[in-house]
Every structure is written in structure tokens, then in C-alpha cells.
Design a binder for this molecule. Structure first.
Ligand SMILES: [Zn+2]
Length: 344
């Protein structure tokens, strides 16, 4: 049932791949990231002009910039022709190249209004890198890991320079790209301000990181997370399950035939994880860190100790989201003791 429209085995292969007439998937490289690549989707002008519209932009790194230029050239368009960019969420692999394109070519950038707080934190030059994520990690019972990551981060340059506000803070509802009608749908969970874009005329859903094939989107990994990110995410899954089924155009992975089929798999995955998480609490694990250590990770069922530090942080964050949802449902209790959240 899964279709790689490109006819190639690997969705990360560089190029411009036509999804439907006048719409192309362009994978762009990332830096040292397990996600391997990010898809941006290029809309040619419906009226036959040279203009190009993008959904998501990629990460502002030279290799991605070059590959975007070359991929557009393959379909007789120039990077200078990008007029408008709609971005699904504030993560740097989706948003920062849009800022770069605007600086160089004056492209108009739109981002969901719910990303405002996280973007403000990212733009703030005085902010210690990942301060919010690391203090959250401490509250999840993983102070040692937070200290290790903090030491590692000091060697990275994080100036805040790659961030700027968008031209348009997008609200849910009708919007337009290269003459095509789209509907922006609020899908908080992966981030609070995440949007997907529905092309009802052609039964396509530009899903960003809300619905991904092959992997489960991380939940609430952002500077200003919601109090119940998994609850938000599951509600957002139900939101896209309630619109007519469409082809899934994800930000990471190949295009597949059915949003509904993948949403059902993701919901089932979280049911299994919720049950395992509750069991770990019943077995005596108290913090998100302690629960995460008891669970298995990735499709390969790895031990927590086999993950690198960054993925351990994501794993604890993920576990915390499951615990907070269980607590909100009254299935477990939640108390804060010395700034660390305990469940029981
Ligand atoms: Zn992403």
C-alpha cells in the first residue's frame, strides 16, 4: 500500500520529484541528524508564471541551500523565484532556511501563530542554548544527563542569528500558495503551533512532522511546551482523521497513499506505550527518567543505555508526555518534590 512516487528505494535521493502536476517533493540534507533529510514541497505557479511557493524550507546550511537551487533548476525554476513559504513548525530543519531565503531574495514567510513563544526564546541571544529543555530534563529526574549535555553544548555556536520572526503569523483556516487553495489546520503536539496544510481539491495533506511514515513524531520537544503535549497530539491525530482521507506528504519519509492508515498506526502505538508506561510506574519507577530506562526504544527495541545523549533526552521527553497524559486521565498521580516530578 505504501507508494514511493519517485520509483526510487530511498526517499532522500536528491532531486525534484513530481507528486502531482505542478507540485514537486524536494528532499534536502540535514546535519548529523537521524532523520536523514527533510522534504520541502515546491508549488509551481498555477497561472503559468515563474513564481514558486514552498511548504517548509529546510535547515539553513550551505549544502541544503545548494541542493534546493540545483533541484529547482532541474524543473526550470530559480531559487530567486521563491515568493512565499508556508512553514509547518518552528524546528530549525523546517524554518531557518525560510529566514535565509527571505534575507537573500525577499520571499514572504508564514509560520503558525502558536509558535510565537518558542520562536521568541530561540531568537533571544542571551538565552543559554536549550536552557528550557535542560531544566525540564532536570525536573524529569535526569540531572546528570542534563549536565553532560550542557557541557557538550558549550562547544556549539548557538547565537540565535538564524532566527527571525515570520512576515505572517498564520491562523488556522483558508490560505493560498501559488494560486492553490489550502486550508491550514492547527495540529498541536509535535510543537504547540504546528500546522498541516490540506489541499482538498487534490486530496493531499502536507503533514509536516505531525504524521510521519515509518517513525513516530517526537512530542513537545520545544522551548515552551504545553502542559499535556501528548494529549494535544492525540487530539490533533483525531482532527486529521476526521477530514477526508488524503495522500500523506510528510516532511521526513516517502509520500504514502493514506493519512488515515498512518494515523491509526500512530494512535495504536501510543496506546501500547501508555500501557507500558503505566506498568513501569506500577513497578516502582517514579520519574520520567526512571520510567524511560525501563522501556524499550526505537523500532529495534533498544535499551535506553544504547541511545546517544540527544536521543536519551528525546526518550525522557517522550516518556514524560506519556506520564503527563496518564496523570491527566487520573490513571496515575503526579507530585513535584524538590523541583522533580514524581509519578505513582
Ligand atoms: Zn522535522
Amino acid at each position: 500500500m505504501r507508494t514511493d512516487v519517485d520509483g526510487t528505494a530511498d526517499w532522500t535521493t536528491p532531486g525534484a520529484f513530481e507528486v502531482v502536476s505542478g507540485l514537486f517533493r524536494i528532499p534536502l540534507p540535514l546535519l548529523g541528524d537521524a532523520l536523514r533529510a527533510v522534504n520541502v514541497y515546491a508549488f509551481l505557479d498555477g497561472a503559468g508564471g515563474d513564481g514558486v511557493g514552498l511548504i517548509d524550507s529546510g535547515w539553513a546550511i550551505p549544502s541544503a541551500h545548494r541542493q534546493l537551487r540545483e533541484s529547482l533548476a532541474a524543473i526550470d525554476r530559480r531559487i530567486e523565484d521563491i515568493q512565499r513559504i508556508l512553514v509547518t513548525h518552528v524546528h530549525r530543519d523546517h524554518y531557518t532556511e525560510a529566514v535565509q531565503l527571505r534575507r537573500e531574495f525577499g520571499s514572504r514567510v508564514g509560520l503558525g501563530q502558536g509558535e510565537r513563544t518558542s520562536l521568541e526564546i530561540a531568537m533571544s541571544p542571551r538565552e543559554v542554548p536549550w536552557e528550557a529543555q535542560l531544566s525540564k530534563l532536570r525536573s524529569q529526574g535526569a540531572a546528570v544527563l542534563a549536565d553532560e549535555i550542557a557541557v557538550h553544548l558549550r562547544t556549539e555556536t548557538m547565537t540565535g542569528d538564524e532566527w527571525e520572526e515570520p512576515d505572517d503569523w498564520l491562523a488556522p483556516g483558508e490560505t493560498e500558495l501559488s494560486g492553490r487553495r489550502l486550508r491550514a489546520i492547527a495540529t498541536p503536539g509535535h510543537t504547540q503551533g504546528h500546522l498541516v496544510f490540506h489541499d482538498a481539491d487534490r486530496a493531499l495533506l502536507f503533514a509536516g512532522d505531525h504524521v510521519l511514515p515509518g517513525i513516530t513524531p517526537s512530542i513537545g520537544f520545544e522551548s515552551a511546551p504545553s502542559i499535556n503535549p501528548l494529549g494535544d497530539f492525540l487530539t490533533s491525530l483525531a482532527t486529521v482523521r476526521a477530514i477526508p482521507d488524503a495522500r500523506l506528504l510528510p516532511a521526513h519519509g516517502a509520500v504514502t497513499d493514506s493519512v488515515h492508515a498512518r494515523v491509526d498506526e500512530l494512535a495504536a502505538h501510543h496506546d501500547v506505550r501508555l500501557a507500558a508506561t503505566e506498568l513501569a510506574v506500577r513497578a516502582g519507577a517514579s520519574t520520567a527518567f526512571e520510567v524511560a530506562v525501563l522501556l524499550r526504544w526505537t523500532r529495534r527495541e533498544r535499551d535506553f543505555d544504547e541511545l546517544d545523549r540527544f536521543n536519551q533526552m528525546l526518550a525522557i521527553n517522550e516518556t514524560s508526555a506519556h506520564l503527563l497524559l496518564l496523570a491527566s486521565r487520573g490513571q496515575i498521580t503526579s507530585t513535584v518534590l524538590d523541583d522533580v516530578r514524581h509519578f505513582g
